[in-house]
Ligand binder design. Structure first.
Ligand SMILES: *Cc1c(COP(=O)(O)O)cnc(C)c1O
Length: 394
């Protein structure tokens, strides 16, 4: 995939590249002072010179200029349409689920962010939604799971934590053949590496907490769609349920997004080197990284992604104890949940991010107790490899 050109510069016919979109989309100089960066409009309400006559802003749950700048930026990065920002990635996912009706059925990947699995199973099943969790890399398995009442297909690619790659275009077609919506969680890839809406997906969701914010200093989420009716309904849910991000959080996320393109190149460079290095390590049984030629999803990833991302996971020879020990021995890689920040992190999914998934369900999905997940940061690759080397030393 080459550099995408999608966002149209209002002043010219030329389309902006994604790098220019990162820096400029959504931000216009502020009209009163000319401030180049969108200010933090830290206000709950706006004066109305006459009842019900206002400048487009009534109350900050409904509209806020800092939030609107972020939403415009996120929509532009995903290639157009409308962005709807939420207080967290989970709040964005929650809003998408609220598009459904009691009795609807959802087909979802079986290698999902743990919190998404928890929301589906422990919250939405109580409200009469049914879920089937299948391997979305297997189109026949997805087809077999679809029922007459299936209203939504939920896809994460690359998935978490096994970095499995699902064919977004084929899955979108399959969902649409059965009258279901196709939704992709694009948190791991970011719009710089993968643009699901271009491949027929109806709604993209993000945890902007991760790469989009990029500095581990803010929690946020968003949903983006090109379909006006879906945008209208999500906007209605954003205002009705009220899980909106505050203006400071929007400002921080927008500031992070401005350097997404430079950060992602470095995340990818470092992750590619570390994945190759891990493949040669005697204590490592398996490396999961879509950029490796023997990764089962490599061909699809090469087609639908521009590069392969900053997440790497690997299975250590040994048990859960051994894997947990490695997390205590790294010095640069901090042992922490989350991902996508400038600093490198290591975690043990079975006891941390994916502990909310029952052990037998984890094992069936191929998530072994010896698995470790790296969020490779933008430090010097040699320093990172040295750190992993000393942590993996017997
Ligand atoms: C972190 C994450 C989420 C949840 O987002 P929060 O901002 O933590 O609420 C959802 N999906 C994926 C893939 C994630 O990594």
């Amino acid at each position: 995939m080459t550099e995408q050109r999608e966002h149209t510069n209002p002043g010219s016919q030329r389309r902006w590249s994604s790098a220019t979109t990162c820096v400029h989309a959504g931000t216009e100089p502020e009209p009163i002072t000319g401030a180049v960066m969108t200010p933090i409009f830290q206000t709950s309400t706006y004066v109305q010179p006459f009842p019900a006559r206002h400048k487009g802003y009534e109350y900050s749950r409904t509209q806020n200029p800092t939030r609107q700048a972020l939403e415009a930026c996120l929509a532009a990065l995903e290639g157009g349409g409308e962005g709807i920002a939420f207080a967290s990635g989970m709040a964005a996912i929650d809003a998408v689920l609220r598009l459904l009706e009691t009795g609807n059925h959802v087909v979802a990947g079986n290698d999902l962010y743990g919190g998404t699995y928890r929301l589906f199973k422990r919250v939405y099943e109580r409200f009469g939604l049914a879920f089937s969790f299948v391997d979305t890399t297997d189109l026949d398995a997805v087809r077999a799971a679809i029922r007459p009442e299936t209203a939504l297909l939920w896809i994460e690619t690359p998935s978490n934590p096994l970095l499995r790659v699902s064919d977004l275009a084929a899955l979108a077609r399959l969902a649409h053949e059965h009258g279901a919506l196709a939704v992709a969680d694009n948190t791991f890839a970011t719009p710089l590496l993968q643009r699901p809406l271009d491949l027929g997906i109806d709604i993209v969701v993000h945890s902007t907490t991760k790469y989009l914010g990029g500095h581990s200093d803010v929690v946020g989420g968003s949903a983006i769609t090109r379909e006006p009716e879906l945008a209208r309904r999500l906007r209605f849910l954003q205002n009705s349920a009220g899980a909106v991000p505050g203006p400071l959080d929007c400002f921080l996320t927008l500031r992070g997004a401005k350097t997404l393109h430079v950060r992602m190149e470095r995340h990818c460079d470092n992750a590619e080197r570390i994945a190759r290095w891990l493949c040669e390590h005697p204590r490592v049984a398996r490396v999961h990284y879509p950029g490796l030629p023997d990764h089962p999803g490599h061909a699809i990833a090469s087609r639908q992604m521009r590069r392969f991302g900053g997440m790497v996971s690997f299975e250590l020879r040994g048990n859960a104890e051994d894997a947990m020990q490695v997390c205590t021995r790294t010095r640069l890689f901090a042992c922490a949940e989350s991902l996508g920040g400038v600093e490198s992190l290591i975690e043990h999914p079975a006891s941390m991010t994916h502990a909310s998934i029952p052990a037998e369900v984890r094992r069936l999905a191929g998530l072994e107790d010896g698995l470790l997940r790296l969020s490779v940061g933008i430090e010097d690759a040699d320093d990172l490899i040295e750190d992993l080397g000393q942590a993996l030393a017997p």
